[in-house]
Design a protein around this ligand. Structure first.
Ligand code: FEO
Length: 388
């Protein structure tokens, strides 16, 4: 277990989680990393820690550079346990270390681990000199917890950006010029869509602050470190945080006996005929976190379910709950589904759309199996709505 040098006297000492596939509902199909960093200066600093089960791995990497008891500061940019979870283990060996966090971070850490350690709360504009280097702190609340902050080392033009600008991506490589860039960007977009999206307003503020920093490296808390493509990830965040949509439709549905899928195909035909890019996403085969990545810039969100036990299918309810929590805004929405009796499923779907503030352009239910007349009517009504 060796540390990886990322700059003179600065090391990655985190952990690679090759096997995690479910990050509280987010399909992490390429695993992830928990990035911790060690700064060797007159005073020694650890930036963030790792998920608790990887504490031993982190301590071994630290030990490959210095004796862990020599750590003076531990900067906790974020309380969530994938970054603070190894604090109890490292504090066992770095008994004199002071923990640096935002005021809400200090409160959060005390709530998680008790009030046993030496804390120092910092605010935006505060900095700590470690000898040759300075650590300057910037609070970034709600990107994506209230306690979040980022840490900038001006002498090294290095930003420790915590969750922001990260990706769930396990790899042996540490830098963006050592790994296929399209995969890093795909995972960064998925990370944005599934973690950061509700806080786009706060992201814009953070981007303004970052744009004023002199940078040649951004070291997030998950995934690959940016050093050759800093502008590409910052441009990605600028684009994703605008909530601007494209002429693009996503048709998300589940089906029992194929009737709702027949409706989904008819809806697709209309979008195709209008030159609108369309994706079909049967929830039986597509993960909701992948759908969120596509949905980030889709103008039309179409959700269909047959009626099952007087309401929608659980897969559709699960997706709608997940989506509404991630709070995309300003979309045009369509609900649809087949039914046998009752048939209030489309109303239940619409309740989620209303909660999200979507503009509902059409709701369509069809009894049992759609016939050609039903489908022609559906297509004609949707066509009129799109052309309106
Ligand atoms: Fe990667 Fe919000 O923790």
């Amino acid at each position: 277990m060796k540390a990886t040098k990322i700059k003179e006297n600065i090391y990655w000492v985190g952990a690679v989680d090759w096997n995690v596939r479910n990050f509280h509902g987010y399909l992490t199909q390429r695993g992830t990393t928990y990035n911790a960093y060690l700064i060797i200066d007159k005073k020694i600093t650890l930036i963030d820690t790792v998920k608790p089960i990887y504490a031993g791995e982190m301590i071994k990497r630290i030990s490959s550079i210095i004796e862990p008891s020599k750590i003076d500061y531990i900067v906790s940019n974020h309380v969530e346990m994938d970054h603070s979870g190894a604090l109890p283990s490292i504090m066992e060996v770095a008994k004199n270390a002071q923990i640096i966090a935002s005021p809400k971070g200090v409160k959060g850490l005390k709530s998680h681990y008790g009030d046993f350690w030496n804390y120092k709360a910092v605010n935006t504009g505060d900095s700590i000199n470690t000898g040759e280097l300075n650590m300057s702190f910037i609070l970034t609340p709600m990107v994506h917890w209230p306690d979040n902050m980022i840490t900038y080392v001006p002498e090294e033009k290095l930003l420790f950006s915590n969750d922001g600008l990260g990706q769930h991506l396990a790899s042996s490589e540490r830098f963006d010029d050592e790994f296929p860039l399209d995969i890093i960007m795909e995972e960064a977009k998925k990370y944005y869509a599934n973690i950061v999206l509700p806080y786009s307003r706060q992201v814009k503020k953070e981007l303004e602050i970052i744009s004023g920093l002199d940078l040649n490296m951004i070291a997030p808390s998950h995934g690959i470190i940016w050093r050759s493509n800093i502008n590409k990830i910052l441009d990605g965040y600028k684009k994703w945080s605008t909530n601007n949509t494209k002429e693009k439709a996503i048709i998300i549905y589940d089906t029992m006996w194929g009737s709702t899928e027949i409706m989904a195909n008819a809806i697709k035909e209309v979008f195709d005929d209008n030159g609108i890019h369309t994706s079909m996403r049967n929830l039986e085969n597509h993960h909701m976190s992948d759908i969120m990545t596509e949905l980030i810039d889709a103008k039309y969100i179409c959700v269909g379910s047959p009626t099952l036990n007087s309401t929608m299918m659980p897969s559709v309810a699960g997706f709608l709950t997940y989506m509404s929590g991630l709070a995309p805004i300003g979309r045009k929405a369509l609900s649809f589904g087949s039914y046998g009796w009752g048939g209030k499923t489309v109303d239940d779907i619409n309740k989620y759309f209303e909660k999200s503030g979507f503009d509902i352009i059409l709701s369509k239910k069809i009894k049992y199996i759609p016939d050609n007349n039903d489908l022609d009517t559906l297509k004609s009504e949707l066509n009129d709505t799109i052309l309106k």
